[in-house]
Design a protein around this ligand. Structure first.
Ligand SMILES: [Zn+2]
Length: 242
């Protein structure tokens, strides 16, 4: 049930967003969430076992596109590469955007979970294992579950729901690729934009909220250290000239 806890907050945030898309207070019966939960969990495991690297997320995107089309969303795929924009119009009101990422990381999963990723693919650095160790599989499952609940509860809200699936978050170029491809010109410009991320520092069942920008930028540094060679295991042998 731990993934269910991740789905609940998203729905709660959507219904509680300041004056956003709300025609009535939150009124989703938890039994509705329990009813869709097995399908959401199945999606999570499928995505977890089939991770794809940045800009290679073709299967991942196709899986989500099929799901959202079946729910009646107006779906555009291939935005900024493999990105998706799914719109659900539900009368006048604000535009609320909810984002998920699509990509996984070039790292081997060593959790020994029965559904652990064994996927391998080619990257610029050669053949590599791939896994969703950043949690984007969980984000996608919660995003798809939210999509389903918002359709089933459209009497409880009004406005436009804009679901965005962003490629290549890990290499910091998917968002700009989507914007260059018309994310905010070809589609409605959001009144509110919501993103979410799992966080191992929080206890299960705890949701933390941050207004405005949060972990919204990233950069990398190449550092060359001159000295005697050592590994992390033998780091006491490392000497760095002063
Ligand atoms: Zn992440």
């Amino acid at each position: 049930m731990k993934y269910l806890r991740s789905l609940l907050p998203v729905v709660a945030v959507l219904f509680a967003a300041p004056s956003a898309a709300i025609g009535a207070p939150a009124g989703i019966d938890p039994s509705q969430i329990n009813a869709i939960y097995p399908g959401v969990e199945k999606l999570y495991i499928d995505l977890h076992q089939n991770p794809e690297l940045a800009f290679q997320e073709k299967r991942t995107a196709a899986t989500l596109v099929a799901r959202l089309k079946a729910l009646g969303y107006q779906v555009t795929s291939g935005v900024g590469g493999t990105g998706i924009v799914a719109i659900l119009k539900n009368g006048p009101g604000p535009v609320v955007m909810l984002r998920t990422e699509l990509d996984a990381l070039p790292i081997e999963e060593k959790t020994n979970l029965p559904f652990a990723s064994k996927a391998k693919t080619k990257s610029d650095a050669g053949d590599t294992f791939v896994s969703h160790i950043c949690g984007h599989d969980l984000h996608m499952a919660a995003w798809a579950g939210t999509a389903e609940l918002m359709v089933k509860n459209r009497k409880l809200w009004h406005g436009t729901l804009m679901l965005v699936a962003q490629p290549a978050e890990e290499i910091i170029s998917g968002a700009s690729a989507m914007i260059r491809d018309g994310l905010f010109t070809r589609f409605p410009k959001p009144t509110y934009a919501l993103g979410m991320h799992v966080d191992h520092a929080l206890a299960a069942g705890v949701v933390s909220f941050h207004p405005r920008f949060f972990r919204a930028a990233s950069t990398s540094l190449d550092v060359t250290v001159y000295g005697k060679v050592a590994t992390a295991r033998t780091r006491t042998a490392l000497s760095i000239p002063s």
